[in-house]
Design a protein around this ligand. Sequence first.
Ligand code: NAD
Ligand code: DAU
Length: 340
Amino acid sequence: MKLLVTGGAGFIGSNFVRYMVNKYPEYNIVNLDLLTYAGNLENLKDIENAANYKFVRGDIADREFINGLFQEEKFDYVLNFAAESHVDRSITDPGIFVQTNIQGTLALLDAAKTFGVTKYLQVSTDEVYGTLGETGYFTEDTPLAANSPYSASKAGADLLVRAYHETFGLPVNITRCSNNYGPYHFPEKLIPLMIINALHDKELPIYGDGLNIRDWLHVEDHCQAIDLVLHKGRNGEVYNVGGNNERTNIEIVKTILKHLNKPESLMKFVKDRPGHDRRYAIDATKLRTELGWSPKYNFDTGIEQTINWYLNNREWWENIISGEYQDYVKSQYGGRLGVE
Ligand code: NAD
Ligand code: DAU
C-alpha cells in the first residue's frame, strides 16, 4: 500500500506521518512538501530514516511535477494536508491561498483521476461553515459560509473534491476538523505564540474582546480520526472532527499563563481580526457512531503536556523564530519558499 501525504512537514501533517509510519510498517509513505515558511523537516527527525518513509520536495500546484510523481509512484491513497493555513496571512495576501489551496487541490484531483487511486482524502476545516452564535453546532449538513480568504479557499477546494466524486466517480472523503493543538504547532498560531511570548515576558496580543470561542482537539486525536476515515469512510462522505472542548481565547491564554507562572498583566487587548469568526463548535456524532471514533485526550492534560513540550523543545522553536531553519532550507533546496 502506498500513501501520498502532502504537507507532511507541517504541524498536523508531520504528526500524521509519524503516526502512520509507526502504526503501519507495511505501508510506504511518501511525504510531499514544498517546505514553505511553515514546513519543517525537523518535525520528522525521529523517523526520517524509517524504511517505510520517503520525503520529496515539491509544489502540489505544479501539475507537471505532480503528474510525474503519480506516474512513478502509483499511489493507492492520497491525503492532502498541504495548504496555506493561517487566517491572518490570508487577509494580507489571499493570492497564495487560492494558488495552493484551490489550484493545488485541483492538480492533485486531476492526477488522482488520471492515474487512479483507492481513496483521495481532503483534510479540511470547520472554518468552511463560517461562524456560530452562542448556541448550536456545525454538522456535515451546515451550509458552507466561509468568512476569510483562507476559509473561502478551503471551501472552494472542498467543492472541487465533491465535484470530482459526483462528476467523475473519484473515491473521496473530506474531513472537517476544529482547532488542533499539540507538539510542532507553528509559532504564529494562538497557543504556541502565547507560550513563547510569555516565556520571553512579552505582551500577549488578544484580538478584540478575547471572547471568541474555538473547539480545541489534540492533534493525535485528529490523526486517529483521519486514519479511520481513510480506511472505513464511506465514499463521497464528509466527516466532522471535534472534541467538544469549547474555550474562549482568554481562557486559553489564562491557562497558559497560570501553567508558566506568569502574570495576567502580560495580556494585551489589540485590534480585532477583520471578519473574525465568533464561535466554532463541532458535532462529530457521525464520526463517533459510524466509525467508532472517540478522542483520547482530555483538554486539561493535553494542554499541560503541550506547554511542557514547548518548554522541553526550545531549540525547535528558537530555530524557527531566529530564521535559522529557513536559512538551512534555502541553502539545501533554494527555490520558492512560499509566503514569508
Ligand atoms: P501548516 O501550515 O502547519 O502546514 C502546512 C504544510 O503544507 C507545510 O509543511 C507547508 O510547507 C506545506 N505546503 C504549503 N504549500 C504547499 C504547496 N504548494 N505544496 C506542497 N506543500 C505545501 O498547517 P497545519 O496546521 O498542519 O494544517 C494542515 C491541514 O489541516 C491544512 O489543510 C489545514 O487547512 C487543515 N486544518 C488545520 C487545522 C489546525 O487547527 N491547524 C484544523 C483543521 C484543518
Ligand atoms: O478551526 C480550524 C482552524 O484553526 C484551521 O483551519 C486553521 O488552519 C488554523 O490556523 C486555526 O484557525 P484560527 O484562526 O482559529 O487559529 P489561530 O491560532 O490563528 O487563532 C485562534 C484564535 O485566537 C482566533 O480567535 C484568533 C485569536 N488570536 C490569534 C492570534 C494568532 C488572538 O487573539 N491573537 C493572536 O495573536
